[in-house]
Ligand binder design. Structure first.
Ligand SMILES: N[C@@H](CCC(=O)N[C@@H](CS)C(=O)NCC(=O)O)C(=O)O
Length: 219
């Protein structure tokens, strides 16, 4: 059985869970935090996610999804032709790097610090982060289509990678303002309605609500 090590609310764990769901692969989700003893035995950098499949240990979300595509070719997540494949891989790379930088501060300051570290977020850091966010969202606003998917006619690794980061942003900052980024907001909303995604996102919302109530009752 496929085992995925990671945690709810981890962006890169979500990226892999969305890919597993789209491909219809059954798996066991083993809660294991970054830096934990278990993860350190599986990933030299102590990062999550890590996937294990019949004795094969695969670290890194991009490597995991590429592995899944070869090991479980049904419901492909990569375009076949060279040019659309290059676009999908580029958008995945962009999401994992620049979009990550643009979105994670909102989650770190509004969720991680106040809810999990019991200290206030740094709102000043978010003023700086907003400039990077605006640049990244403007870029995606021009790249994404009015209808359908990021590349071609089917959901791909590009949709999954970009959405995984935007969901982290939403968890920190709330809905994307449709007035400023209408195409991006509508594209994300369409994806999040997909049945394969809905249960994962509901689980994450519940985890976030639970963390909020725990913090509230701790005072
Ligand atoms: N390139 C890696 C990034 C993984 C990553 O940064 N995961 C975060 C959690 S979402 C993590 O483990 N952070 C802890 C750290 O960077 O030490 C991937 O795609 O899996």
């Amino acid at each position: 059985m496929v085992v995925l090590y990671g945690i709810n609310l981890s962006t890169f764990t979500r990226k892999v869970r969305l890919a597993l769901a789209e491909k219809g692969i059954e798996y066991r989700f083993e809660q294991a935090a970054m830096g934990s003893a278990k993860i350190r035995t599986l990933h030299p950098l102590g990062k999550i996610p890590v996937l294990e499949d019949a004795g094969v240990v695969v670290p890194d979300s991009s490597v995991i999804i590429a592995y899944l595509e070869r090991a479980y070719p049904a419901r492909p997540l990569y375009p076949r032709e060279a040019a659309p494949l290059a676009r999908a891989l580029w958008l995945e790379e962009y999401a994992d790097t620049r979009l990550r930088e643009a979105t994670v501060p909102f989650f770190a300051e509004r969720v991680v610090k106040p809810l999990f570290l019991a200290r206030p977020g740094d709102e000043k850091a978010l003023d700086q982060a907003a400039a990077v966010r605006d640049e990244a969202f403007d870029y995606l606003e021009q790249e994404l289509p009015d209808e359908g998917f990021a590349v071609g006619q089917a959901v791909s690794v590009a949709d999954i990678a970009i959405a995984a980061q935007l969901i982290t942003y939403r968890q920190g900052e709330g809905e994307l303002p449709a007035a400023r980024w209408p195409r991006l907001e509508a594209w994300l909303a369409r994806l999040c309605e997909r049945p394969a995604w809905a249960s994962i996102l509901a689980e994450e919302s519940a985890a976030l609500d639970a963390a909020r109530s725990k913090r509230k009752s701790a005072g």
